[in-house]
Design a binder for this molecule. Structure first.
Ligand SMILES: Cc1ncc(COP(=O)(O)O)c(C=O)c1O
Length: 402
């Protein structure tokens, strides 16, 4: 058996594959769903506002209304920005770092942010940029592990915020329950009345299977009396075009003032023509829902290919997630072999997200979690990539047993 696996791996290496499944990018057929954006006539006016000129720093009326529908937050709390929600997140964090009231985070002694793991590498990177400490807390099916969160809060001072992906979490797919969100709000609020909750809802409308019901975050925040402590973002990067959609933020009170202040130093106004184009494509949240069903039909088979391949592995080698939406699957090996698996895949011409990328500073303490991004490549390429991935796991597992 051992010999058979090694021979198979060598045969795969001889195929000289060149497949990259490192990032969660939509497949070209998904992008085609929004091709009307490329050819449509755009009305350059919104009421009397000439969209070709500067103005409307918070976004055009129609786009803010769409954001308000999507995030179930009041219109006046919505900013529709450029094409990147990551940028809005960065701007909000930076605004707190420079200007937070009463104490900018730059003047706080060793400020820290709570980061559920595994998580999104670019979140960790922005916090590392600013020298903000990251306190990791594990995710469980229901959201954040509340017992661990409690422990973390008891044992640390100067925790200034929390940054998480509450729906189809990147990469392990958890959908936080309403109860979990309530507990998070209450525990963190008790730690500091200036706490900042950042919810990156990148996968808000990205279900591809029936998904657990979730009350809108803004509603739960209102019930728990924390509206002024919450910033929520989402975008159309995986709705229309990657890096060519629209971004949205819902924020209130001090947070809304801070984001307005920092953005006023950075951008005079967003691309309003693109905003208009998108609001001509989608009149309301229902239009978006229908559009996302088409994405789901394309994405589901990609995930099925991955499951079929991973199913041959027994649970004592590793387990994997089965999300109901989003863009990723995580594989968790029983042995600390994630880095070795990535290395073996590379030798056989398949690039996967580096081991450790889903943890702060790129360090997975158990070296056993890997992120798979199945959407970008064609079915045949994905099957070949998975053949390599599964064989690499078997080889690495064998090596670790010897
Ligand atoms: C959790 C999460 N947030 C943000 C982004 C990037 O979004 P945007 O293109 O709107 O900046 C991604 C993209 O992979 C993501 O997974």
């Amino acid at each position: 058996m051992d010999k058979k696996i090694i021979t198979k791996f060598n045969d795969l290496k001889n195929k000289k594959l060149d497949i990259d499944i490192t990032r969660g990018k939509p497949h070209a057929s998904q992008l085609d769903l929004s091709n009307d954006l490329l050819t449509m006539d755009v009305d350059p006016y919104s009421g009397k506002v000439d969209l070709r000129n500067y103005g409307e720093p918070l976004g055009i009326k129609e786009a803010r209304q769409l954001g308000s529908d999507l995030l179930s937050a009041p219109y006046e709390n919505i900013i529709t920005g450029e094409q990147s929600s990551l940028l809005l997140t960065y701007q909000m964090i930076l605004a707190h770092y420079l200007f937070a009231d009463p104490t900018p985070w730059k003047d706080v002694d060793n400020p820290k942010i709570i980061c559920p793991v595994p998580g999104f590498d670019r979140h960790f990177r922005m916090l590392e940029d600013l020298g903000i400490g990251m306190l990791t807390v594990p995710l469980i099916e229901d959201g954040i592990d509340i017992i661990e969160l409690q422990r973390l809060i008891q044992n640390n001072e100067n925790i200034v915020g929390l940054l998480c992906v509450p729906r189809h979490s990147n990469p392990s797919g958890e959908v936080y329950s309403d109860g979990n969100l309530k507990q998070i709000f209450n525990l963190c609020k008790a730690h500091s009345e200036n706490f900042l909750f950042v919810f990156d809802n990148a996968y808000l409308v990205h279900d591809f299977l029936p998904t657990k019901k979730q009350k809108p975050i803004s509603k739960i925040a209102k019930e728990e009396g924390v509206v002024d402590m919450v910033a929520e973002v989402t975008s159309f990067s995986k709705v229309t075009f990657g890096g060519g959609g629209l971004s949205f933020m819902a924020a209130a009170g001090k947070n809304l003032s801070l984001i307005k202040k920092i953005r006023a130093s950075m951008v005079i106004c967003p691309d309003k023509i693109n905003q208009k184009r998108h609001t001509q494509l989608f009149k309301d949240a229902d239009d978006i829902k229908m559009h996302m069903e088409k994405h789901a039909d394309l994405i589901r088979p990609q995930f099925d290919i991955v499951y079929k391949a991973l199913d041959v592995l027994s649970a004592d080698i590793g387990t994997y997630s089965r999300p109901t939406g989003g863009y990723f699957i995580t594989f968790t090996s029983k042995k600390p072999i994630a880095s070795r698996i990535v290395q073996l895949c590379k030798e056989a011409g398949v690039l996967i997200t580096p081991a450790g990328a889903t943890f702060p500073y790129g360090i997975d303490p158990n070296d056993n979690i890997l992120r798979l991004a199945p959407t970008f490549v064609n079915h045949d390429e994905l099957k070949e990539a998975m053949d390599v991935f599964v064989t690499a796991i078997q080889v690495a597992h064998l090596e670790a047993s010897n």
